[in-house]
Design a protein. Structure first.
Ligand SMILES: Nc1ncnc2c1ncn2[C@@H]1O[C@H](COP(=O)(O)OP(=O)(O)OP(=O)(O)O)[C@@H](O)[C@H]1O
Ligand SMILES: [Mg+2]
Lengths: 330, 225
């Protein structure tokens, strides 16, 4: 042991040069943040079981509503694709002249939302009906053709608000003279839309309650951390640590837990989407449809990580506010 | 600098640990606080560290009543006070260096300056070669000296020490006392609680003698009680 303590080397003039410049203070502040972040990370690694447990719970709680949200998004997309391919049947008033019919056809074709128009004359319609219904013989006894002429209108692919646009198209075409009625098989599309609406609300409610759960889980983990470091807190407070200084490591822990949770949730989601995506492609190929599953995307991963971090920070803040003030040097 | 004006302290147990204590320490003065075990020495120091509050009377630092200090101003006050604790109060999961650096870090010293100051303080207590050790691997006396280094590293205006030489041999004790005197020489107000009468009888310093929570005598080193 070195007993040759050289007391003379201790800088003694210090009692006077106590002022620390603002730049130095800032530099030291930044360094302290970095040190705190690093040691918060180390502390998480030092308690792997507790950390893994917390992170997993957070990841699942974040992944579950996100997965459902993605599913809904895909269903909606599927729905809008169907709406877009919905054909409109435009029935012409009986007794319309061929002149009028021509004009209606032109009017419909001029609409920007319309892709193509097929004309089925009353006679053609009757022929088709005879062929398909099997009432062929009976119908020849009718002296008048009961069927109207029809335009089959194919709208262009419509965007997300497809349902509204189709309805608008129907109203527009109905207003043309010589048009009797416009029919569109929209019922199941509307049902789908209502169902996705309800599901969206359910997912939202579930997401909110899971987020509250995550807040509590992180808060509890941080509370345990605060209690296991009670003595340290007392000592640094006695040496003159501010509340912010004492809070910082716990806020960083919460932040890291949330960030890790968000990241793992992203991995879970991306993994399962890849897995499900293969089956979906096969299914779509069977229907000769080209449907691609909408994935999380890079922004989705970032969003989940950000969400996790914010929730982690908030949970830690709650725990710190509740428990840190009570720990005072005694 | 430090002024006790009729200060009493009654713990929640009903025990009156300090009874109407009045004395004054001026800037740069060094005094010893003595008295038998249970006399109230630690309690008196705790009042100065704001670990306990007086039940009655006024405690003034630089003419300001400590009890009027808002909560937000407490950290800044504590940074002006260096404390050597009776039970060291070192952090066991940090090295000696990190322990001693703590007051500097908390006060916002630049990292470049931290190393130099910490080593100077450790050198002052003869522990420069232990900077990367953990406190629990050190002897009681070494731990105490780490606590002393931490108390002086940021050059506080007031230095309080509770039995700083309790675990030290006479030679080391004398060195530590010399260190405290050097602080007094540069204007630090020093108050040291100790049983070690043999140590302070050799020094010519003011001695405040407590017994059973009362101030028995206050004066030169000549006699004690
Ligand atoms: N937190 C507390 N609650 C209740 N009573 C206390 C508390 N701390 C100390 N006391 C009592 O106050 C009296 C003075 O204690 P104090 O620690 O100030 O004595 P001391 O002079 O420092 O003794 P020592 O030399 O043994 O350290 C003692 O009788 C003790 O039992
Ligand atoms: Mg004591």
């Amino acid at each position: 042991m070195a007993r040759n303590s050289r007391l003379t080397d201790l800088p003694m003039r210090g009692a006077k040069d106590k002022k620390i410049s603002l730049a130095d203070r800032w530099k030291s502040y930044i360094v302290h943040h970095r040190i705190t972040l690093r040691s918060a990370f180390k502390k998480l690694l030092m308690e792997p079981v507790q950390t893994l447990l917390t992170v997993t719970v957070i990841a699942i709680a974040l992944a579950l509503p996100s997965a459902m949200f993605l599913m809904l998004k895909n269903v909606e997309q599927l729905g809008s694709g169907v709406e877009a391919s919905a054909q409109l049947s435009v029935f012409i008033k009986k007794g319309a002249t061929s002149q009028q019919i021509k004009q209606v056809q032109k009017q419909i074709l001029d609409l920007p939302e319309v892709w193509s128009v097929d004309y089925i004359s009353a006679d053609q319609a009757l022929q088709e009906f005879k062929a398909l219904s099997g009432f062929g013989q009976a119908l020849t006894y009718l002296d008048d053709n009961p069927l109207p002429a029809v335009f089959l209108v194919q709208p262009i692919r419509l965007g997300a608000s497809g349902s509204n646009q189709v309805e608008q198209l129907v109203t527009t075409i109905t207003s043309f003279s010589a048009v009797d009625e416009v029919l569109v098989d929209m019922l199941w599309v509307q049902r789908l839309s209502v169902m996705t609406d309800i599901s969206q609300k359910l997912v939202l409610a579930m997401g909110v309650s899971l987020i509250i759960g995550v807040l509590l889980v992180i808060g509890n983990t941080i509370r345990l951390g605060i209690h296991s470091r009670k003595e340290e807190i007392v000592v640094v407070k006695l040496i003159g640590a501010t509340d912010a200084y004492v809070r910082r490591p716990f806020l960083y822990s919460g932040f890291l837990l949330g960030l890790l949770g968000g990241f793992i949730a992203s991995i879970l989601l991306v993994g399962s989407l890849l897995w499900i995506g293969q089956s979906v492609s096969v299914l779509a190929a069977l229907y000769q449809s080209k449907f691609d599953l909408t994935g999380l995307g890079f922004s989705g991963v970032l969003g989940l990580c950000a969400l996790g971090s914010v929730i982690g920070l908030c949970g830690a803040w709650m725990a710190v506010m509740q428990h840190l003030r009570a720990i005072e040097p005694k | 600098m430090i002024c006790f004006d009729n200060v009493s302290k009654r713990y929640s147990t009903g025990l009156e640990a300090l009874k109407r204590i009045s004395f004054e320490l001026s800037v740069g003065e060094m005094a010893f606080l003595t008295g038998p075990s249970g006399a109230g020495k630690s309690t008196l120091l705790k009042l100065l560290m704001l670990m306990e509050r007086p039940s009655s009377g006024a405690l003034l630092i630089n003419g300001k009543n400590l009890m009027r200090l808002p909560r937000s101003a407490i950290p800044n006050y504590r940074r002006q006070v260096g404390v050597v604790f009776q039970n060291h109060q070192l952090l066991s999961d940090r090295t000696v260096f990190e322990n001693v650096a703590l007051p500097l870090q908390i006060s916002g010293y630049p990292p470049s300056e931290t190393g130099r100051r910490v080593r100077a303080a450790l050198d002052g207590v003869g522990l420069l070669d232990k900077e990367s050790h953990y406190p629990l691997t050190l002897s009681g006396g070494q731990q105490q000296r780490v606590g002393i280094a931490r108390a002086v590293v940021h050059k506080p205006k007031i230095l309080l020490a509770d039995e700083p030489t309790g675990n030290l041999d006479p030679v080391l004790s004398a060195e530590i006392m010399a260190l405290f005197r050097r602080f007094q020489d540069v204007g630090v107000t020093v108050l040291i609680a100790t049983h070690d009468l043999s140590l302070i009888h050799n020094l010519d310093h003011r001695i405040i003698h407590l017994a059973d929570g009362m101030l028995i005598s206050d004066g030169g080193s000549a006699s004690g009680a």
